[in-house]
Design a protein around this ligand. Sequence first.
Ligand SMILES: [Zn+2]
Ligand SMILES: [Zn+2]
Length: 132
Amino acid sequence: MDIDEEYRYAKEHEYDIAQICLQGHVVNAESMAKPKHNQKSCSMCGSPTTTTCQKCGNPIRGHSYSRDPIFVPDWKPPLHCHECGAPYPWTDETLKAVRELASAAPNLSKKEKQELEQDIADLSSRRGGHLN
Ligand SMILES: [Zn+2]
Ligand SMILES: [Zn+2]
């Protein structure tokens, strides 16, 4: 998707396109409205930034144009693509980190770890579904 197409998409859908680093730091929640804030790499962690779903190529939704920007609370990146439902790279990273923590916990039985992992997966998909 080139920049013109992205712009049309944003206008049509009343959302700006968010630029987010692969670790989930929000670089620019209004990459169309404020292109000067765009960065190739994250200034916090140095990871490459992206504006699209890695799976289907649809833009990541940023700030909504239909809301008064003054009242937008701290904007959080979505966890899953609103088009294809694939978890974004930072969602994978978060899940991975939590799973690693869980598997390193010394007092959990194998069964407890499996249950915990299932809970994390459920939680992640539920939260993703509610963000649109
Ligand atoms: Zn980052
Ligand atoms: Zn997608």
